[in-house]
Design a protein around this ligand. Structure first.
Ligand code: FE
Ligand code: FE
Length: 391
């Protein structure tokens, strides 16, 4: 029996992958090609969940007898090194002659992998071309590696279908037609679950981050990143859209290092009419200005995000969960070390968000009083509303 392992993120599976699987199957007279999608460790946010990637493969290859799927890597809790995966397959079916299908870039990188000797020892490397340009280079490198590791490498003379998952994700995001590049099951699946449409939030997040790097000092930038982490954690805990929380947190202090004159100007241009309290509370101007920048510069038109940014300093009555999350994330991020924070942190993570809000606002009011600062009406209204509506 001859079987090949075909690893990858398959995010999403496309006709290029299917093509390679069949090319390998026929050219090498294999009995089976096993798709082994890589796992998705929780901190790697840019990969679609294991669940969806696995379903797309399953639904597509179901009709092909010689293609199969293994969830070995996705079910593994920690990162799976390739040599471990190959070892697993090798041990599970000892009489099988194993092949391992990789793209040409992997051959060139093989020595950077963990235990390349084991990788090359457990299976015969089958390298498929991504273009027709590198043939000589690949041949040369194949010989070097073969000699060095006393192994046999197969350069697959496949026809090149020059598409990538990245291209497909981008195209879907731009609303371009890609149905001709995807197995019909995958296409329907992507539509059904609206996968990859969030790609623009990815671009948006990058855009915000690059503006932050240009305009915030290091301390403020680092603070912002800690608020992002905190907001995402709270979002998961309270069942709020993590993306929204991330975008609001990224944006909340984007105007923090501007002068009061600049802030006033931005607010005026953004048609924010200052109340008397607003005039007398300069430290809150950056929040209003950030809300304007969010709308005008980042084209964010989600009112909930805008309001979470706008009221992150004062709070207001009847706040949404997202608003509370941003307010609290800003307050309890790990860089804040004042004494009374721990209590708020504990309440927030004990799923008592309103009590956490009340404590946080109480502390803020006490602090403002000690500084002889005015207390913004919105803050008082936020507190009163919480007290009245929390048992
Ligand atoms: Fe702020
Ligand atoms: Fe902040």
């Amino acid at each position: 029996m001859k079987k090949a392992i075909f690893g990858g993120t398959f995010d999403p599976l496309h006709i290029g992958h299917i093509n390679i699987a069949f090319e390998a199957l026929y050219l090498l007279h294999l009995d089976e090609v096993i798709f082994v999608p890589t796992g998705n460790p929780p901190h790697k946010k840019h990969i679609t969940s294991n669940y969806h990637r696995v379903n797309m493969i399953k639904g597509t290859i179901d009709k092909y007898d010689k293609l199969s799927l293994s969830t070995y890597e996705v079910e593994k809790k920690d990162k799976s090194y390739t040599y471990e995966t190959l070892e697993y397959f090798k041990n599970s079916e000892k009489d099988v002659e194993w092949y391992f299908i990789v793209g040409e870039d992997c051959l060139l990188d093989i020595e950077k992998w963990k235990n390349p000797d084991k990788v090359l020892g457990y299976a015969t490397l089958v390298v498929f071309k991504r273009t027709d340009k590198n043939n000589d280079k690949l041949k040369e490198y194949k010989e070097i590696i073969e000699k060095k590791y006393d192994t046999n490498i197969i350069l697959l003379n496949n026809k090149v279908i020059d598409i990538s998952s990245t291209f497909i994700r981008k195209s879907i995001n731009q609303n371009h037609e890609v149905s001709f590049l995807l197995p019909s099951f995958v296409m329907e699946y992507i539509k059904k679950f609206k996968l990859y449409e969030k790609g623009d939030t990815l671009i948006l997040k990058e855009k915000i981050k690059s503006l932050l790097k240009d305009t915030l000092n290091t301390d403020r930038y680092n603070h912002t990143m800690r608020v992002v982490d905190e907001a995402k954690k709270l979002a998961v805990l309270y069942g709020v859209d993590e993306e929204k929380a991330e975008i609001a947190a990224l944006t909340h202090d984007c105007a923090k290092n501007m002068s009061y004159n600049e802030l006033r100007e931005i607010c005026e241009k953004g048609n924010i009419i200052f109340t008397e309290d607003d005039f007398n509370s300069k430290p809150i101007w950056h929040a209003y200005a950030a809300a304007v920048i969010a709308k005008e510069k980042f084209n964010i038109n989600d009112e909930e995000i805008i309001n979470a940014v706008k009221y992150h300093t004062t709070g207001r009555k009847n706040m949404t969960l997202l608003e509370k999350i941003i307010y609290l994330a800003d307050y309890i991020e790990p860089g804040r070390t004042f004494e009374k924070i721990q209590e708020v942190r504990t309440l927030a993570y004990d799923k008592d968000i309103d009590e956490a809000m009340i404590k946080a606002i109480n502390n803020t009011i006490e602090f403002l009083m000690s500084k002889r600062s005015i207390i913004h009406k919105s803050t008082i209204e936020a507190r009163n509303y919480l007290i009245i509506n929390t048992k």
